[in-house]
Design a protein around this ligand. Sequence first.
Ligand code: 0T9
Length: 375
Amino acid sequence: GEAVPAAQKSSWASFLKSIASVSGDLSSLTAPPFILSGISLTEFPAYWCERPELFSDIADAKDEESRSIAVLKWFISTLKSQYTSRNEKLGSEKKPLNPVLGELFYGSWPDINGRGQTNLLVEQVSHHPPITAFYIENPSKGIYLRGHNAQKTSFSGGSIIVKQIGHAVLTVDLPGGGKEEFLITLPRLRIDGLWYGSPYIELTETSYIQSSTGWLSTIEYKGKGYFSGKSHSFKAGLSPPGTLAARHTFEGTWHQTSRDAATGALFTDVTGPKEEVAVRALDAQSEWESRRLWRGVATGIREGDFDTASREKSKIENEQRQRRKDEAAAGTKWELKHFDHIDSDPVYERLGKLFKANPPTEDAYVYRHNYVLEP
Ligand code: 0T9
């Protein structure tokens, strides 16, 4: 393929072969340098909030129906960041850095125009398989998002098929007291364009947003050659409690615009700028914070100095191996810093029942509220 540098063609070919044979977890496969990103997966939860005003708008909705519409609008508007931003920034989808156990990422989006400050906290809660837990809050608006994600990968028809494991729960404090909860399931994805060395993501199948009020969004994803023939297409139906008949239908492309199918009114528009998360200066960060931890590797990748990148990466990995050995020898185990693991999430079970979520139960990571998120 054209995107593969001549000197890396054979290593790309053998990487593709190893992808085809190793199923489950691709994170530890060694890939050729041109496809490495220098960005750790612990940074990815920031994609949930790169349009902070859509997150805070959820608090201003007047009733259950409009709250579910606001949540759907925010959710659809996160997809461009989540699934196409590496293509925009780096030229194609790239292999993220595989976070170490205990890796942290903190950030925030400032309070502008009364939208309130939004804070982000991420912890890598498992290394093998990789599992990332996150907590995002806009306390002045009473909006909180928690979740975790992992992936199961397989190879089919020349593409990588990624099943996302995990879910998110959005909690909204209501003006009159009480709260409303939303269970958000994660879409499946397919990574195409591998053969040419220019991978990109297409979303497939269906994901759901189930409100505790009963309102349900069912979001179907299609690529080129389906509904509209356009890549990154979706169609979302929002149905009231007790029925699957949609009261509203929205359709369009999740990386551009979408409309209300009945009225033609604009629904989402992500063609304008987004706001990247603000993080503290590297020197003010702890050794466990992602950008500080991977600084040497990221610089090596960015500057094309892959010897330095791989030397720095080995340093981190050896240090981790030693830590695990020491723990085994001492009979201790790594303690998570910000989250408690629970085997079954009561919110997932309760809300998942309403739309027959599969699986019927999932584990979760509960934030300990033990960090003072700063501006
Ligand atoms: C949660 C997101 C997730 C993480 C990434 C599959 C993937 C790791 C998981 C699902 C975020 O909310 C959204 C976006 C992109 C997903 C990544 C894309 C990707 O390629 C990687 C996998 C593990 C690879 O690195 C495969 C090899 C690579 C050479 C293909 C580009």
